[in-house]
Design a protein around this ligand. Structure first.
Ligand SMILES: Cc1cc2nc3c(=O)[nH]c(=O)nc-3n(C[C@H](O)[C@H](O)[C@H](O)COP(=O)(O)OP(=O)(O)OC[C@H]3O[C@@H](n4cnc5c(N)ncnc54)[C@H](O)[C@@H]3O)c2cc1C
Length: 419
């Protein structure tokens, strides 16, 4: 069967018993050396490898993944894609990512199922309303498509929200981004993996990096030790999310990041009941409905640092209570699954992208609970940095130096970013 997916290929497959489909990517043995090695087969690592090959013409590239691709946060996230960030630096990066997502199915020849169903965030007090107005004005000045939503419109368009006269947190208004939406998480992983593989990238699963080697004379990176042997390289990109500090320690430096468990929940499947994403910062809840019908929801990260991919019960209770307060009719739906992923936060809740203190080692981390939406832009800009050695113009503000220079991009304080 030809490699390119199309309606014709589907028809041909259907008529020939679907026996001719090739695996979407190879399972190569690791080679002794590569021009660039990316650690982490999540969305960011695979996107980086794809852009290194497609935009920069590099061919000898490996992605090393300790488990299976997409088994980390990219396969565990609640798939919300939006760009309502406050600071111009963040708006530029995240809005570029949404734009790349809009063309990604075509670019990768893989349906990533981007559903731009919009996201509405409610305000529950006068103070929050004023705060939202300030955010919306700031974001619009940055070119992001935010709008305030008056109460009457919320009552009309989101009638399932809690408008009870005795509601504990009455809804007074809201803000909305219409271009926001959800993307099928696995499709992003598989789409980038397949496209990168076609350009010659070796995607090596079940290959854990256990050590980072440095040239004793220059201190620059010279390779990695892995569970499948030693691999030489002079360009090493780390895209390992919650495990970034672990990899940094192997290279001999520390990162200003903390890793926390962030939980997600899915209910039993329902007929379509929710055609958008709704969220409330005060209630610590956001929810959407997947194509399979389950309500996918989440909230804030667990309050202490941990590598346990379970999540704690009190946080689960808080998130579920938030959902029931927000949309009372959901109280009778049964929960199907709950899980957590390990996300890494910097103190300003902004990512770290660019060079590290070790020559040849580059960083793509600190996405916290919000890096899925940034995968295309994160991969594209990270590939630029690895290929040229210089930061991409969009990522200059997100260098590691910002912590030394106290030039923080404090989205935690500005937009209260959680997902
Ligand atoms: C519950 C939850 C909900 C979320 N919701 C959203 C959302 O709605 N929207 C949004 O934008 N973001 C969301 N996020 C955040 C988002 O999922 C992450 O920021 C993003 O997926 C990070 O992608 P990544 O490729 O950097 O990391 P990952 O997908 O975690 O990939 C890193 C990979 O590195 C591998 N690795 C680690 N150590 C090693 C090693 N030593 N050797 C080899 N491989 C290694 C891991 O196995 C993993 O597969 C959510 C996260 C969670 C956990």
């Amino acid at each position: 069967m030809r490699d390119r997916y199309s309606a014709l290929a589907l028809l041909r497959g259907g008529l020939t018993g679907n026996r001719g489909w090739k695996p979407a990517w190879r399972s190569p043995e690791p080679k002794p050396a590569y021009d660039a090695v990316i650690v982490g087969g999540g969305g960011h690592g695979l996107a980086t490898a794809y852009y290194l090959a497609s935009r920069h013409g590099m061919r000898k590239i490996a992605v090393l993944e300790k488990g299976w691709i997409g088994g980390g946060n990219t396969g565990r996230n609640t798939t919300i894609v939006r760009s309502d960030y406050y600071y111009p630096e963040s708006a530029a990066l995240f809005d570029h990512s949404v734009t790349l997502y809009e063309g990604l199915s075509r670019e990768l020849n893989f349906n990533i199922m981007f559903s731009q169903r919009g996201m509405m965030t409610t305000a529950h007090s006068r103070g929050e309303l004023d705060f939202q107005r300030r955010l919306v004005n700031g974001m619009r000045l940055n070119g992001v498509d935010l709008e305030t939503v008056p109460l009457a419109e919320i009552r009309r368009d989101y009638p399932y929200l809690n408008f009870a006269p005795d509601a504990r947190y009455p809804i007074l208004g809201g803000m909305r981004q219409k271009r926001a939406g959800t993307v099928r998480h696995d499709a992003v992983v598989w789409g980038y993996a397949r496209a990168a593989d076609r350009l010659g990238v070796d995607i090596i699963q079940n290959c854990e990096v256990t050590g980072i080697l440095r040239d004793p004379m220059t201190g620059a990176v010279s390779g990695v030790d892995t569970s499948r042997g030693r691999i030489a390289t002079t360009r090493l990109g780390l895209a390992v999310a919650g495990h970034s500090s672990v990899l940094a320690e192997m290279a001999g430096f520390r990162l200003p990041l903390r890793s926390y468990a962030l939980q997600a929940f899915v209910t039993e499947p329902l007929k379509p009941v929710l055609d958008t994403i709704v969220s409330s910062s005060l209630l610590g809840i956001y929810v959407s409905q997947s194509d399979k019908g389950g309500l996918v929801f989440g909230g804030n990260a667990d309050p202490y640092a941990s590598y346990a991919q379970r999540g704690n019960i009190p946080t689960a209770e808080e998130v579920i209570a938030g959902l029931v307060e927000f949309i009372p009719s959901f109280s009778r739906i049964r929960l199907l699954r709950q899980w957590a992923g390990i996300v890494d936060y910097a103190q300003d809740s902004s990512p770290v992208l660019g060079r590290s203190p070790v020559p040849g080692v580059f960083l793509n981390c600190g996405w916290g609970g919000g890096g899925f939406k940034a995968i295309p832009a994160g991969g594209e800009t990270f590939a630029h940095t690895i290929a040229t050695g210089d930061p991409h113009p969009l990522t200059v503000p997100f260098s590691l130096d910002r912590f030394r220079e106290l030039a923080l991009v404090d989205e935690a304080a500005a937009a209260g970013i959680a997902h």
